[in-house]
Design a protein around this ligand. Structure first.
Ligand SMILES: Cc1cccc(C(=O)O)c1OC(=O)C1CC1
Ligand SMILES: [Zn+2]
Length: 317
């Protein structure tokens, strides 16, 4: 594929106008951003389930059609997430080596899911009631791309406690990316694309996981076999700890002094990339996070004290 690097404008899923990089040649404008790593490439599954589908081609480099919104956001938000990992953690794409970021939108029919396939991001359109097109939220895209970072580092097994930590890491960095770009930041997950007819709810809440029925303490963990042993359920335990570490608070009588998003992000990034292993459980997660904070701030630092308190507050001692 040859052509000229260009900048296009378009409307996202929620009608917001944004600009993004494209590649233009005699065929038209492709959603190809050659300015980041080995490139960001966005595809159209055309409501079938073959991936990646067709590389997105637009006629005039203006992406304002309703059908374009999911692709606009998948492409632009992948670029923002790339920038977060590069600028904040000096990580060049999800593998640290500039790996291509490939996304497919309009996957399936009324598909209420988004996922990392093991080699690319995939977004359904939602059914318009549970979800609108799932690429319409930055925290969702950063969640999916963090699965790729996890798979190329700790490679946490996607079941039981290691799977819950895997999921929580994606929720944590999804939220930190949303805050980094000040994109109506909060400690909810997927709020911008979840239940368009219900205000104020979210797919999950890190601030209060019990709002979506998930545990906020290790003693309330799910021990069944559903959801791969509760990977999207027991993630609430770590999500609550992360909320407390960044923001502070008192939970089940344990007070945590908040250390802010940036320090929390550096600690979790070092934990994920230097200490966690495929079979890490919550106990090893506590030890690893304390070690990462110790490396960064010293054993007697306030940051280490807050990590210990955050895990203790959710019953991981
Ligand atoms: C919507 C959805 C369904 C199943 C798996 C995932 C998954 O990627 O684990 C998923 O996406 C999310 O959880 C993102 C945060 C909204
Ligand atoms: Zn996930």
């Amino acid at each position: 594929l040859t052509g000229e690097d260009s900048t296009a404008t378009g409307k996202g899923v929620l009608g917001d106008t944004k600009s993004f990089n494209t590649l233009v040649n005699s065929n038209g404008s492709y959603l190809v951003d050659r300015t980041r790593g080995n490139g960001i490439f966005t595809y159209d599954a055309k409501n079938r389930t073959r991936i990646p589908g067709t590389l997105w081609l637009d006629s005039d480099n203006v992406y304002n059609a309703a059908y374009d919104g999911a692709a606009v956001d998948a492409h632009a938000y992948a670029g923002q997430t790339y920038d977060y990992f590069q600028d904040v953690h000096s990580r060049n794409s999800y593998d640290g080596n500039g790996a291509e970021l490939i996304s497919t939108v309009h996957y399936g029919r009324s598909y209420n899911n988004a996922f990392w396939s093991g080699s690319q991001m995939v977004y359904g359109d939602g059914d318009g009631n549970t979800f609108v097109p799932l690429s319409g939220a930055l925290d969702v895209i950063a969640h999916e791309l963090t699965h790729a970072v996890t798979d190329t580092t700790a490679d946490l097994i996607y079941q039981n406690e290691s799977g819950a930590i895997n999921e929580s890491m994606s929720d944590i960095f999804g939220t930190l990316v949303e805050h980094h770009f000040n994109n109506t930041p909060d400690w909810q997950v997927g709020e911008d694309i979840y239940t368009p007819n219900v205000a104020g709810d979210a797919l999950r809440s890190m601030e209060d996981p019990t709002l979506s029925g998930d545990p906020d303490h290790y003693s309330k963990r799910y021990t069944g076999t559903g959801d791969n042993g509760g990977v999207h359920i027991n993630s609430g335990i770590s999500n609550k700890a992360a909320f407390l570490l960044a923001n502070g608070g008192t939970h089940y009588g344990v007070t945590v002094a908040g250390i802010g998003n940036d320090k929390a992000g550096d600690i979790y990034y070092r934990t994920l990339t230097q200490y966690l292993t495929p079979s890490s459980n919550y106990s090893h997660f506590r030890v690893s996070t304390i070690q990462a904070a110790t490396d960064l701030y010293g054993a007697s630092s306030a940051e280490v004290a807050s990590v210990k308190a955050a895990f203790s507050a959710v019953g991981v001692n």
